[in-house]
Design a protein around this ligand. Sequence first.
Ligand SMILES: Nc1nc2c(ncn2[C@@H]2O[C@H](COP(=O)(O)OP(=O)(O)OP(=O)(O)O)[C@@H](O)[C@H]2O)c(=O)[nH]1
Length: 688
Amino acid sequence: MISWSYTSIPSLACAGRLTWKAKGYIYTNCETRYAIRRRRLLEKSGLGPQRIQFRPQLVFGREGVRGYATINNDIDTDLAGRIDRIPVSRYRNFSIVAHVDHGKSTLSDRLLELTGTIPKGSVGQFLDRLDVERERGITVKAQTCTMLYEHNGEDYLLHLVDTPGHVDFRAEVSRSYASCGGALLLIDASQGVQAQTVANFFLAYSLGLELIPVINKIDLDHANIPRALEQIETMFELDSDTAIPVSAKRGTNVETILPAVVERIPPPANNIEKSLRCLLVDSWFDTYLGVILLINVVDGVLKRGDKVISAHSRKRYEVKDLGILHPDRKPMPHLKTGQIGYAVLGMKTISEALVGDTIMHFGNEVEALPGFEEPQPMVFVGAFPAEGIEFQTLDERINQLVLNDRSVSIQRENSNALGQGWRIGFLGTLHASVFQDRLQQEYGASLIITFPTVPYKVVWRDGQETIIRNPDDFPDPAIQKAKVKDLLEPMLKAIMSFPQEYLGDVIELCENNRGTQVDMTFLSQGNQVLLQYLIPTSHLVDDFFGKLKGLTKGYATLDYEDAGYQSAQLVKMQLLVNGNSVDALAQVMHRTLAEKRGREWVKRFKKFLRAQLFETVIQAAIGSKIVARETIAARRKDVLAKLHASDITRRQKLLRNQKEGKKNLRMIGKVTIPQEAYQGFLAKGEPN
Ligand SMILES: Nc1nc2c(ncn2[C@@H]2O[C@H](COP(=O)(O)OP(=O)(O)OP(=O)(O)O)[C@@H](O)[C@H]2O)c(=O)[nH]1
């Protein structure tokens, strides 16, 4: 029997996130439209737990699929009572620190299985729900779970706080870590320590987490356990004797992890007597309930019906529902200090849920918890409807997509070349590309997406500072000369790990991307090197990872940290077609790159722009300075076709007339730039 997870699946397609076989059927937590409708009716009718067997049966391959759902609006009093009897000293909040693909989701599933939270044999990765995540093999959205675990005859309440694997979501990662007393430091025995292990380790370490090293994938032939043990000692200065070797996939030795969690990770140092303070760790949108918050009750007790207030937005709410994630939502009468669970406060949009915010009792407001930061988008793209697609139709759908993703910001934008569109901001490069893929998948040819750009900082002579998010707003050379004191670009510290044989190539790549070396460490025993470079963000978003992967035959891993702003000689380059700027294509770049890029741009745009009735001039310009130029000759009508070869004067006259006519046409004519030209120009790769 499964409890429903409220994944909103818009069609009959099956998400198939949690599947297992029994009695010849595959059981799954998939949901059909039919089931969604039925569940909604049941919920409305206020009936208690219901068992639904829905038809039509979906077919996966040759096997029939049946789904069962338990709709549980009632509080499971047995479970609530059992939890209430556990003192905070027997709570353990922990996370898993790992590089992507090192087996975090598989291990999490095993732990859920071991504690009976999900049925045995649930091979699907339960904590890893979003589809795009799965396709890309990355965890974007954190999913947390409460487990009850019996150790030496006593019940323990364990909260496994899942974190997004990537540093793009650093605010979420650090809020998740801040809710934990410790973490499992998971290392793939076949790969050893990788870039992300290092970055996430330092984040967890700086937050004072107790770390338990776990070496995974020991079942693989090429597993190198001694190397992983040595790395644990040398890189993290942790005692390798305390490391736990496991195979999450096969379940080998996984049972020794939870006793270590109980014995080595401290309980939360919270206080039930104090006034309520809840840390907002994460949030997501549910079609039926609106915004659901993941909260860590740091002090006090939160109950249904409580009147609460947000420390940062000062908005007031009433607790409509709350409970634990076990692994799906289980309503509870209250959440006590030290517990991590969900709460529904009736927020309408995800933008109201500020990660790191403190929720307090209204009328009993105390000091907010530290560490609140407004998320700052790091990458922006412009998106415009392609020809024949109505703005309004897409506007609704794109806003819907954003509604579900707090880390995406959206603003309307107008371009003289591409019309009305949107400027979309993302927290990081990976996030931008995941979202772009999602847009591409869903809207395909109906969208034109511009080059990613980063926010530049302008320091004016009068001391004011402006962040420029749209290249079109970047000051022209004349204004720069008169009013600008300094121009700054955002920087990142890139942490890369790869086999030593590629060192020369990778250094060259970093240097070509205006990088400055910060550190280089040779990882002992293996032939890996860990290289750290300070690189402008604009270069990192320009498919740096793709190039790095290409150079290292896919062996490199990359992670990065924010490294603030640095002064740079920046210019705005524009693409002009017959003297008119194509605003959506403007880009800010370092002065040293302008000429080369300019030449590439005009060549590339020429390839995609069909010949017009008149001569077309494509230029790349910085202010009034033209850095590159290409010309497309007019489509020529053969005016001499019917003429006798010897009639020279007549021939010259016809040609002269044609030339004159064209001149006029160019002056009055407007170049029609087909959408394919933009799409082709902005896409990667060469034209056919
Ligand atoms: N052989 C072997 N494979 C494993 C083991 N643990 C995980 N894997 C495989 O490694 C791959 C990645 O595992 P995941 O659990 O998705 O890794 P992850 O760290 O959660 O990855 P993200 O969710 O992308 O961060 C999957 O194909 C797993 O089946 C193990 O102990 N042995």
